[in-house]
Structures are given as C-alpha cells and as structure tokens.
Design a protein around this ligand. Structure first.
Ligand code: FES
Length: 81
C-alpha cells in the first residue's frame, strides 16, 4: 500500500507536515503483517484548493486532516470494511 502526501506549497501551508506525522504514527501502530506500507511525498496534484491532498494506492483524497490518517490507513488495508 502506497501513501503519498502532497508536499506542494499549497498543501504544505494547509498542514501537510502534520498529516505526514499523523500517518507515520498511524503506520507505527499497524501490525507487522502490514509492513509493506510505504509513505512518501508527491508533487502538486492540481487540487490545491482542496488540500491537503493524499493518494492512497492512486486514489485521491482531498481536505485530509491529521485525524483522518488512521481511518484512511484502515480503508486501504481493509478495503470494503
Ligand atoms: S499543492 Fe497539493 S494539490 Fe497543489
């Protein structure tokens, strides 16, 4: 599972660093069988008005806040639940 947080200037100003920290913490709480989780940054996704923008396995999520990290992670790890 690949999580990419937009680190473009608009998303950065809207709190991307805090979102990245929240994902790091959420990932550290995951059981080890989900070790294939990959967290990284990406360039502007052309949704600057809706930042912070996050892609989870290519799916685009907008207006992401730190408190959404845990649920986005669960959604990706356990699709459909
Ligand atoms: S800066 Fe994140 S979508 Fe443009």
């Amino acid at each position: 599972m690949k999580i990419k947080v937009c680190v473009g200037s608009s998303c950065h100003l809207k709190g991307a660093p805090a979102v990245i920290t929240a994902f790091q913490e959420a990932i550290s709480r995951q059981p080890s069988e989900h070790a294939e989780l990959e967290l990284g940054g990406c360039f502007c996704q052309d949704h600057c008005q809706e930042g912070v923008v996050v892609r989870v396995d290519g799916r685009l999520y907008t207006n992401v806040t730190p408190d959404m990290a845990e649920s986005l992670l669960k959604e990706g790890v356990e699709p459909g639940e």
